[in-house]
Write a protein that binds this ligand. Structure first.
Ligand code: 13P
Length: 252
Protein backbone atom coordinates (compact mmCIF):
# COMPACT_ATOMS: atom_id res chain seq x y z
CA UNK A 1 0.00 0.00 0.00
CA UNK A 2 1.69 3.27 -1.05
CA UNK A 3 1.75 6.06 1.50
CA UNK A 4 -1.03 8.61 0.96
CA UNK A 5 -0.02 12.04 -0.35
CA UNK A 6 1.11 14.03 2.71
CA UNK A 7 -0.96 16.96 3.92
CA UNK A 8 0.77 19.97 5.46
CA UNK A 9 -1.89 22.05 7.19
CA UNK A 10 -1.38 25.46 8.78
CA UNK A 11 -3.63 26.24 11.73
CA UNK A 12 -3.42 30.00 12.12
CA UNK A 13 -5.49 29.86 15.34
CA UNK A 14 -6.65 33.32 16.52
CA UNK A 15 -4.02 35.22 14.55
CA UNK A 16 -4.17 37.61 11.65
CA UNK A 17 -5.94 40.77 10.53
CA UNK A 18 -6.80 41.43 6.90
CA UNK A 19 -3.47 42.87 5.77
CA UNK A 20 -1.14 40.32 7.35
CA UNK A 21 -3.49 37.40 6.56
CA UNK A 22 -3.56 38.41 2.90
CA UNK A 23 0.22 38.86 2.82
CA UNK A 24 0.84 35.45 4.40
CA UNK A 25 -1.50 33.63 2.00
CA UNK A 26 -0.06 35.51 -0.95
CA UNK A 27 3.51 34.58 0.01
CA UNK A 28 2.53 30.93 0.44
CA UNK A 29 0.88 30.86 -2.99
CA UNK A 30 3.91 32.45 -4.65
CA UNK A 31 6.37 30.06 -3.02
CA UNK A 32 4.22 26.93 -3.28
CA UNK A 33 4.87 26.43 -6.99
CA UNK A 34 2.87 23.97 -9.03
CA UNK A 35 1.56 21.92 -6.15
CA UNK A 36 3.50 18.80 -7.04
CA UNK A 37 4.73 18.09 -3.51
CA UNK A 38 2.57 17.54 -0.44
CA UNK A 39 -0.96 18.92 -0.35
CA UNK A 40 -0.93 22.35 1.30
CA UNK A 41 -3.77 23.72 3.41
CA UNK A 42 -4.27 26.91 5.39
CA UNK A 43 -6.90 27.28 8.11
CA UNK A 44 -7.32 30.99 8.89
CA UNK A 45 -9.68 32.40 11.52
CA UNK A 46 -13.31 32.64 10.35
CA UNK A 47 -13.07 36.40 9.81
CA UNK A 48 -10.41 35.96 7.12
CA UNK A 49 -11.78 32.97 5.24
CA UNK A 50 -13.54 34.99 2.52
CA UNK A 51 -10.47 37.13 1.95
CA UNK A 52 -8.03 34.23 1.96
CA UNK A 53 -10.25 32.36 -0.50
CA UNK A 54 -9.50 35.18 -2.94
CA UNK A 55 -5.78 35.07 -2.21
CA UNK A 56 -5.72 31.31 -2.86
CA UNK A 57 -7.91 31.39 -5.99
CA UNK A 58 -6.46 29.29 -8.82
CA UNK A 59 -3.66 28.03 -6.59
CA UNK A 60 -3.08 24.48 -5.37
CA UNK A 61 -3.25 25.65 -1.73
CA UNK A 62 -6.46 24.56 -0.02
CA UNK A 63 -8.60 26.38 2.51
CA UNK A 64 -10.05 25.09 5.77
CA UNK A 65 -11.90 26.24 8.87
CA UNK A 66 -10.77 25.75 12.46
CA UNK A 67 -14.10 24.52 13.80
CA UNK A 68 -17.77 24.14 12.85
CA UNK A 69 -21.09 23.50 14.57
CA UNK A 70 -22.68 20.06 14.55
CA UNK A 71 -25.92 21.42 13.07
CA UNK A 72 -26.26 22.68 9.51
CA UNK A 73 -28.11 25.89 10.52
CA UNK A 74 -30.17 27.29 13.36
CA UNK A 75 -30.27 29.37 16.52
CA UNK A 76 -26.62 29.11 17.57
CA UNK A 77 -25.38 32.65 18.13
CA UNK A 78 -21.74 33.09 17.27
CA UNK A 79 -21.31 29.68 15.67
CA UNK A 80 -20.35 28.82 12.11
CA UNK A 81 -21.78 25.83 10.21
CA UNK A 82 -20.01 23.44 7.88
CA UNK A 83 -22.19 24.50 4.89
CA UNK A 84 -21.07 28.11 5.51
CA UNK A 85 -17.44 27.01 5.29
CA UNK A 86 -18.10 24.98 2.15
CA UNK A 87 -19.89 27.99 0.66
CA UNK A 88 -16.69 30.04 1.01
CA UNK A 89 -14.59 27.41 -0.72
CA UNK A 90 -13.27 25.44 2.25
CA UNK A 91 -12.39 21.81 1.65
CA UNK A 92 -11.46 20.93 5.23
CA UNK A 93 -12.34 21.82 8.79
CA UNK A 94 -10.42 21.08 11.97
CA UNK A 95 -12.61 19.65 14.74
CA UNK A 96 -11.75 18.60 18.27
CA UNK A 97 -8.59 20.65 18.57
CA UNK A 98 -7.40 20.44 22.17
CA UNK A 99 -7.82 24.20 22.53
CA UNK A 100 -11.52 23.78 21.64
CA UNK A 101 -11.83 20.73 23.88
CA UNK A 102 -10.34 22.79 26.75
CA UNK A 103 -11.65 26.31 26.10
CA UNK A 104 -15.12 25.34 24.89
CA UNK A 105 -15.70 21.98 26.53
CA UNK A 106 -15.96 20.08 23.26
CA UNK A 107 -16.52 16.45 24.22
CA UNK A 108 -15.68 13.62 21.84
CA UNK A 109 -19.42 13.14 21.21
CA UNK A 110 -19.70 16.79 20.16
CA UNK A 111 -16.58 16.46 18.03
CA UNK A 112 -18.16 13.48 16.27
CA UNK A 113 -21.28 15.57 15.54
CA UNK A 114 -19.09 18.34 14.13
CA UNK A 115 -17.13 15.89 11.99
CA UNK A 116 -20.37 14.36 10.69
CA UNK A 117 -21.68 17.86 9.85
CA UNK A 118 -18.47 18.59 7.97
CA UNK A 119 -18.77 15.38 5.98
CA UNK A 120 -22.45 16.08 5.16
CA UNK A 121 -21.35 19.44 3.76
CA UNK A 122 -18.76 17.78 1.54
CA UNK A 123 -15.78 18.78 3.68
CA UNK A 124 -13.08 16.53 5.07
CA UNK A 125 -12.94 16.63 8.88
CA UNK A 126 -9.50 16.88 10.49
CA UNK A 127 -10.26 15.20 13.82
CA UNK A 128 -7.71 16.06 16.53
CA UNK A 129 -6.80 13.75 19.39
CA UNK A 130 -4.08 13.81 22.01
CA UNK A 131 -3.24 13.25 25.65
CA UNK A 132 -2.18 15.73 28.32
CA UNK A 133 1.18 15.42 30.06
CA UNK A 134 -0.53 14.18 33.24
CA UNK A 135 -2.30 11.46 31.24
CA UNK A 136 0.99 10.42 29.59
CA UNK A 137 2.77 10.37 32.95
CA UNK A 138 0.01 8.16 34.30
CA UNK A 139 0.55 5.67 31.45
CA UNK A 140 -2.87 6.46 29.96
CA UNK A 141 -1.85 7.67 26.49
CA UNK A 142 -3.22 4.65 24.59
CA UNK A 143 -6.46 4.68 26.57
CA UNK A 144 -7.03 8.44 26.08
CA UNK A 145 -6.09 8.60 22.40
CA UNK A 146 -7.85 5.31 21.63
CA UNK A 147 -10.98 6.55 23.38
CA UNK A 148 -10.94 9.85 21.50
CA UNK A 149 -10.51 8.07 18.17
CA UNK A 150 -13.35 5.66 19.01
CA UNK A 151 -15.73 8.42 20.09
CA UNK A 152 -14.81 11.35 17.82
CA UNK A 153 -14.86 9.72 14.37
CA UNK A 154 -18.27 9.33 12.73
CA UNK A 155 -19.26 5.96 11.28
CA UNK A 156 -18.96 5.82 7.51
CA UNK A 157 -15.81 7.97 7.42
CA UNK A 158 -13.46 7.34 4.51
CA UNK A 159 -9.99 8.45 3.43
CA UNK A 160 -11.72 11.13 1.34
CA UNK A 161 -13.56 12.80 4.21
CA UNK A 162 -11.42 12.06 7.27
CA UNK A 163 -7.98 13.09 8.43
CA UNK A 164 -6.81 12.34 11.97
CA UNK A 165 -4.34 14.65 13.73
CA UNK A 166 -2.38 13.41 16.74
CA UNK A 167 -1.45 16.44 18.80
CA UNK A 168 -0.08 15.67 22.26
CA UNK A 169 -1.45 18.57 24.32
CA UNK A 170 1.92 19.04 26.05
CA UNK A 171 3.70 19.51 22.71
CA UNK A 172 1.38 22.26 21.42
CA UNK A 173 2.97 25.69 21.43
CA UNK A 174 5.51 24.50 23.98
CA UNK A 175 8.55 24.02 21.79
CA UNK A 176 8.59 20.50 23.22
CA UNK A 177 8.14 17.92 20.47
CA UNK A 178 7.26 14.30 21.10
CA UNK A 179 10.11 11.88 20.38
CA UNK A 180 10.20 9.78 17.24
CA UNK A 181 9.38 6.70 19.34
CA UNK A 182 6.42 8.37 21.03
CA UNK A 183 5.01 9.58 17.71
CA UNK A 184 5.56 6.22 16.00
CA UNK A 185 3.84 4.35 18.82
CA UNK A 186 0.72 6.53 18.91
CA UNK A 187 0.39 6.75 15.12
CA UNK A 188 0.61 2.95 14.87
CA UNK A 189 -2.09 2.66 17.50
CA UNK A 190 -4.34 5.09 15.60
CA UNK A 191 -3.69 3.22 12.32
CA UNK A 192 -4.64 -0.10 13.91
CA UNK A 193 -7.78 1.37 15.37
CA UNK A 194 -8.81 2.96 12.07
CA UNK A 195 -8.56 -0.51 10.54
CA UNK A 196 -11.46 -1.57 12.76
CA UNK A 197 -13.43 1.67 12.60
CA UNK A 198 -13.07 2.73 8.97
CA UNK A 199 -12.54 -0.69 7.44
CA UNK A 200 -11.15 -1.28 3.93
CA UNK A 201 -9.17 1.69 2.69
CA UNK A 202 -8.25 2.82 6.20
CA UNK A 203 -4.54 2.75 5.25
CA UNK A 204 -5.24 5.75 3.03
CA UNK A 205 -6.63 7.88 5.90
CA UNK A 206 -3.97 10.47 6.62
CA UNK A 207 -2.71 10.73 10.17
CA UNK A 208 -1.00 14.07 10.84
CA UNK A 209 1.32 14.90 13.70
CA UNK A 210 1.02 18.29 15.38
CA UNK A 211 2.87 19.95 18.24
CA UNK A 212 5.84 22.30 17.80
CA UNK A 213 6.57 21.13 14.25
CA UNK A 214 9.17 23.45 12.72
CA UNK A 215 11.68 23.36 9.86
CA UNK A 216 14.37 21.97 12.16
CA UNK A 217 12.41 18.84 13.16
CA UNK A 218 10.04 18.37 10.22
CA UNK A 219 12.17 15.97 8.18
CA UNK A 220 12.61 13.55 11.06
CA UNK A 221 8.93 13.66 12.02
CA UNK A 222 7.54 13.37 8.49
CA UNK A 223 9.67 10.27 7.82
CA UNK A 224 8.07 8.28 10.65
CA UNK A 225 5.82 5.36 9.62
CA UNK A 226 2.12 6.31 9.65
CA UNK A 227 2.91 10.03 9.75
CA UNK A 228 1.20 11.41 6.65
CA UNK A 229 1.76 15.10 7.19
CA UNK A 230 1.70 17.78 9.85
CA UNK A 231 -0.73 20.16 11.51
CA UNK A 232 1.36 23.24 12.13
CA UNK A 233 0.49 26.10 14.47
CA UNK A 234 3.09 28.77 15.22
CA UNK A 235 5.43 27.93 12.33
CA UNK A 236 2.54 28.24 9.83
CA UNK A 237 2.43 31.99 10.46
CA UNK A 238 5.73 32.45 8.61
CA UNK A 239 5.51 31.49 4.97
CA UNK A 240 9.18 30.48 4.78
CA UNK A 241 8.85 28.14 7.77
CA UNK A 242 5.58 26.66 6.52
CA UNK A 243 7.05 26.01 3.09
CA UNK A 244 10.26 24.61 4.58
CA UNK A 245 8.18 22.11 6.56
CA UNK A 246 6.33 21.16 3.35
CA UNK A 247 9.65 20.75 1.54
CA UNK A 248 10.77 18.31 4.25
CA UNK A 249 7.99 15.85 3.32
CA UNK A 250 9.27 12.63 1.84
CA UNK A 251 8.70 12.54 -1.94
CA UNK A 252 5.38 10.83 -2.72
P1 13P B 1 2.21 24.58 17.43
O1 13P B 1 2.75 24.15 16.09
O2 13P B 1 2.25 26.07 17.62
O3 13P B 1 2.78 23.80 18.54
O4 13P B 1 0.62 24.24 17.39
C1 13P B 1 0.23 22.97 17.01
C2 13P B 1 -1.22 22.96 16.85
O5 13P B 1 -1.97 23.06 17.80
C3 13P B 1 -1.75 22.87 15.48
O6 13P B 1 -3.11 22.64 15.47
Amino acid sequence: MPKPRPLIAGNWKMNGLSADGWALADEIVRQAGEGTGPELLVCPPFTLIGLIAEALANSPVGLGGQDCHGDDAGAHTGDISAPMLADLGCRYVIVGHSERRTDHGDSSARVRAKAAAAQRAGLAAIVCVGETWAEREAGRTAEIVGGQVAESIPPGSTAANLVVAYEPVWAIGSGRTATVEQIAEVHALIRRQLGGQVGPGSEAVRILYGGSVKPANAREILAIANVDGALVGGASLKSADFLAIAAASPPG
